[in-house]
Design a protein around this ligand. Structure first.
Ligand SMILES: NC(=O)c1ccc[n+]([C@@H]2O[C@H](COP(=O)([O-])OP(=O)(O)OC[C@H]3O[C@@H](n4cnc5c(N)ncnc54)[C@H](O)[C@@H]3O)[C@@H](O)[C@H]2O)c1
Length: 334
């Protein structure tokens, strides 16, 4: 296969290495708005070559991976779909809800598949939690607790462009709650805190936040997220049912220290960031995308899934700004 990669930044360079090692990838064509960056990434991989960003989609691709900064996603997904090239796009699908809705209409009216990069759907733990819920072994599930905590705050310049902590970080938990439970969100409440460096408040953002979701079967889900988890990168999900409970991320890399006597768990080392936490999941999702592009499987995370996760974080952002509970029905679906 001849696979295109748009965006050779932090995650793009990482995806380039993964794609170059996947079975069936004969050529990897890398492009970036910064041509030197594309050339640099391509130079490290024998199957890769660099082209100008405007030439990428028309260069005879079998599949396109979009990993540019968020504003680049929508035009590249549109170009790929209009050219009939199957697309994998990093989350979020588009920079705004309106842009997301527009792409959903385009993709759902077209025959070209689009796979959105919520990699937790390919993480062994999240998949086992989903299976445990579906099998009924947990009894009736009534509570979920989800956490996405970065070890260190991002660069101050990134914060005003991030869309806010719910759109930037908690969107993965919004998708994971839907993926694991198979339920939809009905209402969202939210709180936020600005302890930490002043650039969060200066950008109108918060450094730590929580959202309280009610699902359409009465399940409660609590999402917490922070930019300051100095102990380590901390991504977890707990699912509590009437007959059993399971935890994702409860292993020796857990970024918590026990203060109980005689407890040596977790033994460490902790995760530094999402790259090391989810490396196998990123590999599995790109391998799955190649199957989508070959026509061997449907998209495992559709534009509609991406829209629903976005609607949850839009509701959380509104709930935080207005200090009230927001019904998901207030957020457009078309
Ligand atoms: N799934 C995940 O866990 C995950 C993790 C990190 C980032 N992301 C997403 O991946 C995307 C990239 O994030 P990053 O951290 O790699 O950013 P980055 O800033 O490190 O890299 C972005 C790259 O895109 C290039 N670029 C920007 N606009 C472009 C355009 N229109 N056309 C071509 N190239 C363009 C930049 O020159 C840069 O090289 C973001 O949308 C982010 O939300 C997802």
């Amino acid at each position: 296969m001849r696979v295109g990669l748009a965006g050779a930044g932090r995650i793009g360079a990482f995806h380039a290495r993964t794609l170059a090692g996947l079975e069936g990838v004969e050529a990897l064509v890398v492009a970036d708005a910064d041509a030197a960056r594309a050339a640099q990434v391509a130079a490290t991989l024998p199957v890769a070559e660099a082209v100008g960003i405007d030439e990428l989609v028309g260069s005879g691709l079998d599949a396109l991976v979009v990993a540019t900064s968020t504003p680049g996603h929508a035009p590249l997904v549109r170009a790929g779909v209009e050219a009939g090239v199957p697309v994998f796009v990093e989350k979020p699908l588009a920079a705004t809800l309106d842009g997301t809705l527009e792409l959903v209409r385009l993709v759902e009216d077209a025959d070209t598949p689009v796979h959105v990069g919520f990699q937790r759907r390919f993480d062994t733990g999240y998949r086992r939690a989903r299976k445990a819920v579906a099998s009924g072994e947990l009894g009736f599930v009534h509570t979920l607790r989800a956490t996405t905590s970065d070890r260190r705050p991002p660069h101050p310049d990134y914060v005003p462009t991030s869309g806010g902590i719910f759109r930037d970080c908690a969107v993965h938990d919004a998708d994971a709650v839907r993926f694991v439970t198979g339920r939809e969100v009905l209402t969202v409440q939210a709180v936020g805190g600005t302890k930490g460096e002043p650039f969060f408040a200066a950008a109108g953002d918060v450094a730590s936040a929580a959202a309280l979701l009610t699902l359409d079967d009465g399940t409660i889900a609590v999402l917490t997220t922070t930019r300051y988890s100095g102990q380590g990168h901390d991504v977890r999900l707990e699912v509590v049912g009437s007959e059993g409970s399971v935890a994702v991320g409860l292993d020796d890399s857990l970024a918590l220290r026990s203060v109980e006597d005689g407890v040596s768990f977790p033994a460490g080392p902790v995760h530094e960031a999402f790259m090391d936490r989810f490396e196998p999941a990123y590999r599995a999702e790109l391998a799955a995308f190649l199957d989508v592009a070959r026509g061997a499987a449907p998209s495992p995370c559709t534009v509609r899934d991406a829209l629903e996760a976005s609607r949850v974080v839009e509701a959380a952002t509104l709930a935080l700004a207005e200090g009230r509970a927001v019904a998901l029905s207030e957020i457009p679906t078309t």
